[in-house]
Design a protein around this ligand. Structure first.
Ligand code: ZN
Length: 429
């Protein structure tokens, strides 16, 4: 062997023996403890605490060496949301003015002018209908709806009215509008609705980093939400809702996965790492990012939520929401080496509709195989949205194992060997 060959051989040995990058519990604990510290004030939107969290995640992405998303010059993806405060409301139904306490409105426009039923979809909730059940589907209706609610439902109507009159934010000013009226009328012969709202604009921030793959037009998204519910009712003197499990644990996983994949050779597919704002306040962060990415180029979404605790019944199960909607879960099962002790499986709480309740939903509705991945017992977790959701209640070793399992399970998708089937959006409710 001549000297040159020896050099080549030495280089080969270095490559072949390069240690597999490790996801360590010390690293998981470092990131998790920072994100769930009291100084972050529970990471509610529009607070200095969430701004600190966003700055920390950006510094981690910079340290890892991620690139920025096309069109952005930093990891911060800032976008506006709007809040509308009622200024005036006038409703006339069949020639008679409707009293203010019989009107409940949920709107996304500064000005509403309906002059006949041609402008709206009229829905009648009769005395024997279940308003509670109808309400959730009504809220998802597109366009303009006028809902005539029978007097029998007065109590529930009043709750809805309270709920709808609280200040809320909206991502766009061309969304749907719903006006509910408490009345015994079921026919509409004439209609006038005039409502005006004052608009204020506020800014929210997602944090997004990229590892460009060899294929720039095939993207795998890893995500979690970095916001939580902030400061609330004190429990035993503690008013900071730290959200260590929900969802500092998922955010920590996204950072750990970015660090892991950055140490491997360039991936075949482009990897996007995103931490969302405002999951707890309407899912605006994921909705906004879903509009900035091409859903047809987004091959899969790993949305990681509450992996800080093993499940009570099956501690080695990592469950996936909407398991049967695509073959994403089966691909993860195949990618996971058998001796890890962990398995991927279906979400054990199908009645809770979790597939529709987290940040994956914005992408799933566009056809992306977008799933949330979790391990926490949703039926019995005492710390969920409580001041007690603190790092002390989490199992760091379990969390570390779960992040490793996700890394391994994702490998066939990252490497381009496997492509999950798409979600059929028309089948979603
Ligand atoms: Zn969450």
């Amino acid at each position: 062997m001549n000297y040159r060959n020896l050099l080549v051989f030495a280089a080969f040995l270095t490559l072949a023996c390069a240690p597999e990058p490790e996801i360590t519990s010390a690293e998981v604990e470092r990131v998790l403890s920072t994100l769930s510290a009291d100084s972050m004030q529970g990471r509610d939107i529009f607070t200095p605490g969430i701004a600190m969290a966003e700055a920390f995640i950006q510094s981690e992405f910079a340290d890892i060496g991620l690139e920025t998303l096309d069109g952005l010059d930093s990891y911060a993806q800032r976008f506006p949301v709007y809040s509308l405060a009622a200024e005036s409301q006038r409703v006339e139904l069949n020639g008679r003015a409707v009293a203010e306490d019989r009107i409940a409105a949920s709107v996304s426009q500064e000005s509403i002018r309906w002059t006949s039923t041609d402008d709206v979809n009229v829905v009648v909730v009769g005395p024997d209908h279940d308003l509670r059940e109808q309400f959730s589907s009504l809220r998802r209706q597109d366009g303009n709806s006028l809902v005539l609610v029978h007097d029998n439902h007065e109590q529930f109507f009043n709750n809805v009215r309270m709920f709808m009159s609280r200040p809320r934010y909206t991502l766009d000013l061309e969304g749907s509008n719903m006006v509910m009226i408490l009345t015994r009328q079921t026919d509409v012969t004439s209609l006038t609705v005039e409502m005006d709202y004052a608009r204020t604009t506020a800014e929210l921030t997602n944090v997004v980093g990229v590892i460009p793959g060899r294929r720039s037009d095939e993207v795998v998204l890893f995500s979690a939400h970095h916001d939580h519910v902030g400061i609330g009712r004190p429990v035993d003197g503690d008013s900071i809702y730290n959200g260590a499990n929900d969802d500092a644990s998922g955010t920590t996983a996204v950072i750990a996965l970015a660090r892991y994949f950055k140490q491997l050779r360039q991936p075949e597919r482009t990897l996007v790492f995103a931490t969302f704002t405002a999951e707890e306040r309407g899912g605006f962060g994921s909705q906004y990012l879903s509009r900035q990415m091409d859903p047809d180029q987004t091959v899969a979404m790993f949305n990681i939520e509450m992996i800080g605790k093993p499940g009570a019944e099956n501690p080695n199960l990592i469950w996936i929401t909407g398991f049967d909607e695509t073959d994403f879960g089966e691909i993860l099962q195949q990618g996971l080496v058998e001796d890890s002790g962990y398995t991927f499986g279906a979400d054990p709480y199908p009645d809770q509709d979790l597939f529709y309740r987290s940040d994956n939903a914005a992408f799933a509705r566009l056809g992306v195989p977008a799933h949330s991945i979790s391990t926490t017992s949703m039926d019995s977790d005492e710390d969920y949205h409580q001041a007690s959701d603190e790092i002390e209640t989490l199992d760091i070793d379990h969390m570390t194992m779960t992040v490793k399992a996700i890394a391994l399970g994702a490998m066939p998708i990252v490497s381009g060997e496997a492509t999950p089937t798409r979600v059929n959006p028309s089948g979603l409710n």
